[in-house]
Design a binder for this molecule. Structure first.
Ligand SMILES: Nc1ncnc2c1ncn2[C@@H]1O[C@H](COP(=O)(O)OP(=O)(O)OP(=O)(O)O)[C@@H](O)[C@H]1O
Length: 276
């Protein structure tokens, strides 16, 4: 809190979640794209723990392996390219994804243009076909949660960029995942909408039990949203620093103007400069 003596930056070690609390665990993870002469070591020696209801952001220069890491956690990479221990609630990422424990939101909302908003949100139910637990909220309730009550019958092309990302979020939360992976979810939005979506994401997150891992190029976004910010170095991607953000929640956008916020941003920027 501005003016108090509470530390806002603490420990440089990886966040440690207790075993019961642990949602995602990476230990000495190395990821290689391609084979033979064309092999690219994208990520090396990454340790990361994400606890229940934690928000962890990953920042780093372009090409440092942020998306690669997220895709590995989502179980979207071939097993042969991922080495080390990687588990989501004690399961392999692929098992976790198939059982609805993980879902993902991308930078561009990948909504089906021929389906209404409501039918986009219910798509995961159709894909799962009863293989996972029944969600506690209906599509309408989910849309109400993301602030789109009354938009059920619209089509994606009738929505603004911010509204489309809200639909993507509603869809990703439909199966009540334990872990929500977000890859630059607000990267295509203007700054005003982006600020609005930051508060909105925190409000929506409060109503869920999901842990979030967020990849972003925005230092302010990472600090504002997160419990921990992981700063990556490049070529290959490694964890250069992990910063715990102890601002109390709920957080308001004014926080971004505080000296403490600027101090953390400065530390991250410095770390990025030293780890090109
Ligand atoms: N399918 C692939 N085959 C070969 N190399 C790849 C593949 N995907 C990514 N890479 C390489 O792996 C490295 C990490 O890429 P990645 O997309 O994870 O970086 P990033 O940090 O998310 O970048 P950006 O911030 O620009 O999105 C880069 O050197 C990239 O060229």
């Amino acid at each position: 809190m501005p003016g108090s003596s509470q530390p806002y930056i603490s420990r440089a070690e990886p966040p440690v979640a207790t075993l019961n609390d642990e949602r995602v665990r990476l230990q000495d993870v190395c990821i290689v794209h391609g084979r033979g002469d064309k092999a690219v070591v994208a990520v090396e020696g990454v340790d990361l723990r994400v606890g229940a209801r934690e928000i962890v952001s990953i920042v780093g220069h372009s090409g440092c392996g942020k998306s690669t890491l997220l895709r590995a956690i989502a179980g979207l990479l071939p097993n042969s390219s991922v080495q080390g221990d990687l588990s989501v609630m004690g399961r392999t990422p692929e098992e976790a994804r198939k059982s609805g424990l993980i879902s993902m939101v991308f930078q561009e909302s990948v909504l089906a243009p021929w389906r209404t908003v409501e039918r986009n949100v219910t798509l995961p139910l159709e894909v799962a076909r009863g293989r996972t637990r029944t969600p506690g909220r209906t599509a309408s309730e989910q849309l109400e949660l993301v602030g789109l009550k009354g938009y059920e019958k619209r089509y994606p092309k009738q929505l603004s960029g911010g509204q489309r990302q809200r639909v993507s979020l509603a869809r990703a939360l439909m199966m009540e995942p334990e872990v929500l992976l977000m890859d630059e979810p607000f990267g295509a939005l203007d700054e005003i909408t982006r600020d609005e979506m930051h508060s909105e994401l925190l409000r929506i997150w409060e109503a869920t039990h999901a842990s979030i891992i967020l990849v972003t190029h925005s230092i302010a976004e990472a600090i504002f949203l997160s419990d921990h910010v992981v700063v990556m170095s490049s070529y290959p991607g490694r964890v250069a620093d992990t910063i715990s953000i102890d601002f109390p929640r709920p957080r308001r956008n004014e926080l971004k103007d505080s000296p403490e916020f600027a101090r953390i941003a400065h530390r991250i920027r410095l770390c990025l400069e030293q780890n090109r």
